[in-house]
Design a binder for this molecule. Structure first.
Ligand SMILES: [Zn+2]
Ligand SMILES: [Zn+2]
Length: 233
């Protein structure tokens, strides 16, 4: 403990209450109540499944995805929603250290098993990056890189500036719009296996678009890792 910690005690990443000197990252209560994704999980997107005999979630049964597979650490429930909100919009950049540590502890074996050549954080729309000042996915990937010994590449995938606001579009227009959302910095990306990193997996559309873009530039396999994921509906 430092003197600074005494006056400004670190706060719980999840509930934002000050931590005791015995706690780090999250408080005891949150550590016990956080919903980590467990098996059985969808072999494609990584969502938790309720039936042991199921292999894919409903969404992955109905839709083909462009990535090989995705794994997520936490269920995107109310507690996680608040934590990620503070991380993204309240400048709590320090959360990245806890998130990355938890990701490497819980999913390190999976990360090693896919043998990624690089971690690629999902880039932010340039206007949004300017407004927010940082890319949350890049912060997580940066901290994770040292823990799993895989370099981060932030110059490979580029978010195009001209995407319309997703909220104003219907589903097919949204997908079309997303297809144009990414480009690569070079026509020929010299990576065999890429691991995309993001904070939330919702429909998978963003990760699909990024994966399709990388594959179009010659990347053979694209996996994804997200901090949180929604429920199987
Ligand atoms: Zn807490
Ligand atoms: Zn799935």
């Amino acid at each position: 403990m430092t003197l600074l910690d005494l006056f400004f005690p670190p706060r719980c990443v999840v509930c934002d209450r000050p931590l005791t000197y015995r706690e780090s990252g999250v408080c005891k209560t949150c550590a016990e109540s956080l919903h980590k994704i467990r098996d059985p999980r969808c072999m494609k997107c990584g969502k938790e499944l309720s039936k042991e005999r199921d292999v894919f979630c409903k969404d992955c049964t109905d839709h083909a995805h462009r990535f090989e597979s995705c794994r997520a650490l936490f269920l995107y429930d109310d507690a996680m929603k608040k934590s990620i909100y503070r991380f993204k919009y309240d400048g709590r950049k320090e959360y990245a250290a806890y998130y990355a540590k938890a990701l490497s502890e819980e999913l390190g074996d999976w990360i090693r098993s896919v043998r990624p050549d690089a971690l690629i954080p999902i880039p932010l729309h340039p206007n949004r990056l300017k407004k927010r000042g940082y890319n949350q996915a890049e912060l997580i990937a940066g901290k994770l890189s040292a823990l799993v010994n895989v370099p981060v590449k932030t110059d490979v995938l580029i978010r195009q500036a001209d995407t319309k606001r997703q909220k104003e579009l219907n589903l097919s227009a949204r997908e079309n719009n997303l297809k144009k959302a990414f480009k690569t910095s070079e026509n020929d990306v010299k990576l065999d296996t890429a691991l995309l990193v993001d904070d939330i997996y919702t429909t998978g559309a963003t990760i699909d678009a990024a994966a399709a873009c990388l594959k179009g530039a010659g990347v053979s396999r694209v996996y994804a890792l997200t901090l949180s994921i929604g429920r199987n509906t």
